[in-house]
Design a protein around this ligand. Structure first.
Ligand code: SF4
Length: 404
């Protein structure tokens, strides 16, 4: 039998109970009717796109959002069934679903598990209710605990918890408390990012580096509450939180395998590793991005365009599915391979570079690698180029060296 190429699938569910104040993801609230229509269209897309992926075997699926667990259980089952029947999925594929506290039911979790989901990623962000409120999250820490117990009771033994540091009003002490509470629960994986103030969010109005207020659809009262939020932690506290994360999680038996990701042995997120090592991926659903056959493209980000699209094999690719199609040059592929691969603590394999591009990494990046090594930002060990701990601290600078 012909050896199939490996593929990762990302499925986007763009609905959330309410928009968090810092969020710039493609997500919004939508009533059950809109969600049902969306699911039907998504299944049509799954059927349509699968015809173009016959030479692939799917090694991981990530259902993200938004809040996938907000969908009605039968709608999510229908999506998972469509994936299973239409794509050739590896029997040991990692299948992750994002689930937000307050939106998971025991019945739903059991049904996801029966339908093949084997990893749950939970968005907690903070164990402090005040900080959760400032972020605009819909849940409390207690609600998270209940959801977490349900996830365990449903039999999931591979669980990620997402955390955010440098939240308004957060102190080093309260961040440590969040880390303590979460590690006591022993999730297999923890993602810990620093808050980024993204343009176009209410947080940008409050904390962004600009003079004019943007016009979000907010009531006067909502705006008053937004402006009354406490300041962000200062730079020193933010750095302290950053170092504390690494130190504390290592002490608790987690390995750092990527700049912001920590795992118990053997529970690295295979889907994300695939993405960081240049594996091909197909994005399904509103705004989802893909990288296949050397091309990058994304689906429409307009919900109406997506809902009204008519996917017909006879007519070739629908314009809603191949937006900003861009064929990467060999140089662009190499750059991407470097700056994504260097996010991993393992680093970039010199051998892998030759297999991918037929060229020695030193012939392409020798000068840059030497300079970064001399500056103490990079090291070469056991066939891998990797960032030193100083290099991780200055990772934005290091990555930028590989961009033309
Ligand atoms: S739950 Fe996640 S995707 Fe939804 S609004 Fe909040 S941060 Fe954004």
């Amino acid at each position: 039998m012909m050896n199939k190429k490996s593929l990762e699938i990302y499925v986007h569910i763009p609905f959330c109970a309410r928009k968090c104040a810092y969020c710039d993801f493609l997500s919004f609230s939508g009533n059950e009717c809109v969600q049902r229509d969306y699911t039907e269209k998504l299944i049509e897309e799954i059927e349509y796109q699968s015809a173009y992926a016959k030479e692939y075997q799917v090694i991981s699926i990530f259902i993200g959002g938004g809040t996938p667990s907000i969908l009605k259980t039968e709608d999510m089952e229908a999506v998972l069934n469509a994936l299973r029947t239409r794509f050739d999925i590896h029997p040991h594929a990692e299948v992750t679903m994002e689930a937000n506290p307050g939106t998971v039911t025991q019945e739903g979790l059991l049904s996801y598990r029966n339908a093949g989901v084997n990893r749950i990623s939970m968005g907690l962000q903070s164990a402090d209710d005040k900080e959760l409120r400032y972020l605009g999250r819909i849940h409390t820490y207690d609600a998270f605990l209940k959801s977490y117990q349900r996830v365990r009771m449903a039999g999931f033994d591979n669980v990620n918890v997402d955390l955010i540091s440098a939240i308004p009003g957060q102190t080093v002490e309260s961040w440590k408390n969040t880390l303590k509470k979460v590690t006591m629960l022993k999730p297999e994986h923890i993602s810990a990012y620093s808050l980024i103030i993204e343009e176009g969010t209410p947080f940008y109005d409050r904390y962004g580096d600009h003079v004019e207020m943007e016009s979000h659809a907010m009531t006067k009262e909502e705006r008053r509450l937004l402006m009354a939020l406490p300041d962000l932690p200062d730079e020193d506290s933010e750095r302290e939180m950053y170092y504390l994360t690494q130190e504390f999680l290592l002490e608790q038996g987690y390995e750092r395998y990527e700049i912001s990701n920590y795992t118990k042995k053997g529970y690295e997120c295979r889907h994300n590793i695939g993405y960081w090592t240049g594996m091909e991926y197909l994005g399904l659903g509103l705004g989802a991005s893909s990288y296949m056959n050397g091309c990058r493209f994304h689906n429409t980000t307009d919900l109406n365009d997506y809902r009204n699209a008519h996917f017909d094999q006879e007519e070739g690719f629908h314009q809603a599915l191949r937006q900003e199609l861009e064929r990467l040059s060999i140089e662009e592929k190499m750059e991407e391979y470097m700056f994504l691969g260097l996010r991993l603590t393992e680093g970039v394999s010199a051998h892998g570079f030759v297999s991918n591009f037929g060229q020695n990494i030193r012939n392409v990046y020798g000068q840059i690698l030497d300079r970064l090594e001399q500056d103490g930002l990079m090291e070469f060990k056991d066939g891998f180029y990797r960032l030193t701990s100083r290099g991780i601290d200055l990772s934005n600078y290091v990555m930028s060296q590989f961009l033309q």
